[in-house]
Design a protein. Sequence first.
Length: 101
Amino acid sequence: MPVYDYRCQACGVRFQARHGFNDPAPACPACQQASVQRLIVTAPAIARGMLTLAGDSRGATKEQLRAKWAEETPRLRRKLVDKLGEDVVNRHAPTLNTTYE
């Protein structure tokens, strides 16, 4: 279950509560008032595929970048073929047919 941040509108106390997404907001632990406001403190970042960094996340060598490209190109090609079809991918993205090793 996720942890949510709240601020009591009556007394101003900030607190965290763990509960399900559809569960009602809890009462303030300090004054027991039900008028609390959910705060958005951070937004989660999910990096997958080409968004993930190659190497040590600061700088990648040419070999690490090539390895990352070789890993992700077949996945990208498969997604495009599923969406657009084999003939469209062959016509408009012929470099995706290259094998990188």
